[in-house]
Every structure is written in C-alpha cells, then in structure tokens.
Design a protein around this ligand. Structure first.
Ligand code: NDP
Length: 336
C-alpha cells in the first residue's frame, strides 16, 4: 500500500514537505480481519485541525503515522463472516491505497450496492458532508419555510448541499463563494443571490452585498468560513436569527491570534442563537438523511459536483487545494 503520513506539523498553510510517503506491505487478513483495496479517499478541512498537537473532538495525527480519513473500497480478502470479497466498504482508513485489519477499528461499514449512486458519493453528498449539511441546516439552524438563508462556502461539498436543501424547503438563499465560476455554479444550484467574496472584499463589502440581496436581513446563517463572513452575518441578522456554526475555514491556517467579530454585542439585542455543531452528534438523523437524499437526487433536486485528483500521489495537493478553493463541490482523490 502507498500511504501518507504527517512528516511534521504544518505552520500556516500546509506544504507538500509536511507530508511523507510510505510503502507498507499488506499481509493476508488475520482472524476476524478484512483486506481492502481503496478506490476513493476524501480530503476534508477538519483534517487540518488534526495536524495541530492539541486536544480537540478528534485526537491529533501522530508524526510518522499514516493519516486517517474517509475512504471507499472493495474487500479483496476476508476472514470476517460479515464481509465478503467484492463488498463495497466505507472506512476511516483513507490516505492509503490498501489496508488489512479489524473492520471495527477501521470503522468499516458495508455500503448498499443498489443505490444507483457512484461509489464516491458516499464520501460527499450521501456521506459525512451531506449529513453535515442536512443536520446543520434542518436541526441546528431550525430551518423554516420562507426563511432568508445565507450560506458561506456555498460552492463546496457542505455548502452546495445546504443551498439545495434550503431551496427544497422554499427558502430564499444567498450563497457566497470565491470567483465568478463558483458563483455561477451556486446560481445553477438554485440560489437566489450569489456573492463573490473575493470581489466584495472584507466586512464592509460583504455587508453591502448582503443588504442588497436581503434588504430585510437574514433569518439563518450557515457558516463554513468564519471571519468577515460571520461578522457580516451578525450585522445583517434579523432579530431571533439562527446561526449554524459548521466551520471557520478562513481561520484554520491562522498563525497569530484571530480577531473576533467586533459587533458581537448585537447577539444580545437581536437575541441571536449561535450554535456550533459536530456532525457525529447527529448520527441519529442518518436514516432520514439517506431517505431524503435518495428522494431528492432521484427527483433531480439535489445535484452534486466533484473535483477529482487522480492517484494517491496527489493526496497532499488535493488537501492543500481546499484552502485555495481548488475544488468545486466535493474534493476527492481517485485511487488505483
Ligand atoms: P469545501 O468543499 O467547502 O472546501 C473548502 C472550501 O472553503 C474551498 O473550496 C474554498 O472555497 C473555501 N475557502 C477556503 N479558504 C477560505 C477562506 N479563507 N475564506 C473563505 N472561503 C475559503 O469543504 P467542506 O464542504 O468539506 O467543508 C466546509 C466547512 O464545513 C469547513 O469549514 C469544514 O471544516 C466544515 N465541516 C464541519 C463539520 C462539522 O461536523 N462541524 C463536518 C464537515 C465539514 P472558495 O473558493 O469559495 O473560497
């Protein structure tokens, strides 16, 4: 197996030299074990958090140890009665082309073979980012029909799904993304208004663009970005607005002390509800999520785009590319 380990902890934007490629011999499966050839692996912004040596909701990656993350592959040998050769499995043993081990340790689950979805979809719209969007907008943000919803990172895996769920629920949607191509993509998903944040530039520009798109303010903010986006959303929030704090990617490579929203006092007067969330806390929504997704995809109401980098060698590039917006929709690495 060709695998990627963390060579050193990145400072600021991760560099290729922060990663180390390894070749690992894959043995035959021992008792209860399975052997899997990965066909897809995911790179996700949260992995940047695991590169810091600090306590978080997931432990840090170890230096010199193969990193982990979402992957999909096929069973090539099995000593486990629950898995047959040829089964499609999702696991947390990404950042490698193949693996052998205990399926429980790898968090391996068998995927249904009859969904009509491409295998890669289980790392995106029908997987963790999809559930993040679903739980975040429906439960955490308590979406109601007719809401005016602002979504940042709207051309990404989570954001593009949030935009479409909000449209399915008859909301007015404003999406922000970087650059004209991404904004056109967000518009094609049904967003009523798009803001190119690279054009709008900073707090004042975002507030002006938001006031134009939503003269009466916003009821919901789905935050993927943090920073100026969050500050601008507080500024244009209506009383009792709800904020689902999903991520703050603008801050993940920060080396100094990040600046907080200067207008945070408005949280009091406007009685804003600002709630962070972690997708795994909402695992109970998985059955409803999959049922709704299947229905929406079949009805053509849920489109999903992927940006695919080819080959395990490209995994660090794919990951680093998340921070310059190299992806439209889900960023994936195709293996083998
Ligand atoms: P995306 O597919 O959205 O990829 C990341 C995108 O972020 C890029 O394409 C880029 O788009 C944008 N971006 C990068 N840097 C900046 C910046 N400085 N300012 C503004 N935008 C930036 O990733 P995901 O959909 O996987 O994740 C989206 C967010 O959701 C992240 O914050 C992530 O951490 C979070 N998340 C949270 C989870 C949870 O459980 N809470 C679970 C999964 C994801 P552009 O070109 O438009 O700038």
């Amino acid at each position: 197996s060709t695998e990627w380990a963390l060579a050193q902890r990145p400072v600021g934007l991760p560099q290729q030299s922060d990663f180390e490629k390894k070749t690992v011999e894959i043995a035959d499966p021992g008792p209860g074990e399975i052997q899997v050839q990965n066909s897809w692996m995911s790179v996700d912004p949260y992995m940047r958090g695991r590169m810091y040596d600090r306590e978080s909701y997931v432990p840090p990656f170890g230096i010199g140890e193969t990193m982990t993350g979402g992957a999909v592959g096929r069973v090539t040998a099995s000593n486990n009665p629950d898995f047959q050769v040829g089964d499609l499995v999702q696991s947390m043993n990404g950042w490698r082309t193949a693996w052998v081990g205990d399926p429980a340790t790898a968090m391996a689950v068998k995927l249904p073979g009859d969904t009509g979805l491409p295998d890669s979809a289980f790392l995106g719209v029908a997987g963790m980012p999809g559930l993040t969007a679903y739980a975040g907008i429906l439960r955490v943000a308590e979406l109601k029909e007719g809401d005016t919803v602002f979504v940042s990172g709207a051309a990404g895996a989570v954001g593009s799904t949030v935009v479409q769920i909000a449209k399915i629920k008859n909301c007015t949607v404003i999406g922000s993304a970087g650059g004209p191509d991404k904004c056109a993509f967000v518009k094609s998903l049904g967003a009523d208004h798009v803001i190119d944040y690279k054009e709008a530039k900073g707090f004042d520009g975002l507030v002006a663009a938001l006031r134009e798109a939503a003269p009466k303010g916003i009821d919901v903010y789905f935050d993927n970005v943090g920073g100026d986006h969050l500050t601008a959303a507080i500024e244009v929030a209506r009383p009792m607005a709800r904020f689902a704090e999903c991520g703050m990617i603008a801050q993940y490579n920060e080396t100094g002390t990040p600046v907080g929203p200067h207008n945070i006092i408005q949280v009091v007067g406007k009685q804003l509800k600002i709630q962070g969330f972690i997708v795994s806390t909402h695992a109970d929504m998985q059955p409803a999520f999959l049922a709704d997704m299947a229905k929406w995809i079949a009805a053509g109401q849920m489109k999903f785009q992927e940006t695919v980098m080819e080959g395990i060698d490209k995994a660090p590039d794919a990951f680093i590319g998340l921070f310059s917006g190299a992806n439209t929709g889900k960023m994936l690495v195709k293996l083998g």
